[in-house]
Ligand binder design. Structure first.
Ligand code: CO
Length: 134
């Protein structure tokens, strides 16, 4: 049911430094930063041939990324995003498999405008998983 790996998200304490690294050292295709106030993050996407890297930096006072960086000040992998064809069918299948969907279980527009859901990391080998409708 899951399809492509849409992106790997990395929380970064210094967004400009991370952008420089991907642009200059890696020679990657790097987007402009986009503020996403609804999610408390600023995002930058690095486009690779087979997937993307989402650089996440805290935005505002109540950012989940700020809390993540308190625990991991150097930054780190924050979540993986898998594509699914039908987000509602995916949610129902996850729930019937005993997995916890975060929040109210209603898909919300994600960083690309497509509906997304998150699965509880404790059910997923300690890894926060985002599902995005492709
Ligand atoms: Co994401």
């Amino acid at each position: 049911m899951i399809e492509r790996l849409n992106h790997v998200a990395i929380a970064v304490p210094d967004l400009a430094a991370a952008v420089r690294l991907y642009k200059e050292a890696f020679g990657a295709d790097v987007s402009e930063p986009v503020d996403q106030p609804d999610h408390g993050v600023t995002t930058v996407f690095v486009t690779l041939a087979n997937t993307k890297i989402e650089l996440l930096h805290p935005l505002g006072t109540d950012s989940p990324i700020a809390r993540f960086l308190e625990r991991s000040p150097a930054g780190g992998i924050h979540h993986l995003c898998y594509e699914v064809a039908d987000i509602f069918a995916a949610r129902d299948r996850m729930v019937s498999s005993g997995l916890r969907v975060l929040g109210d279980g209603v898909p919300k527009p994600g960083a690309h405008g497509n509906p997304v859901l998150f699965l509880h990391p404790k059910d997923m080998s300690g890894t926060l998983i985002e599902l995005e409708q492709s």
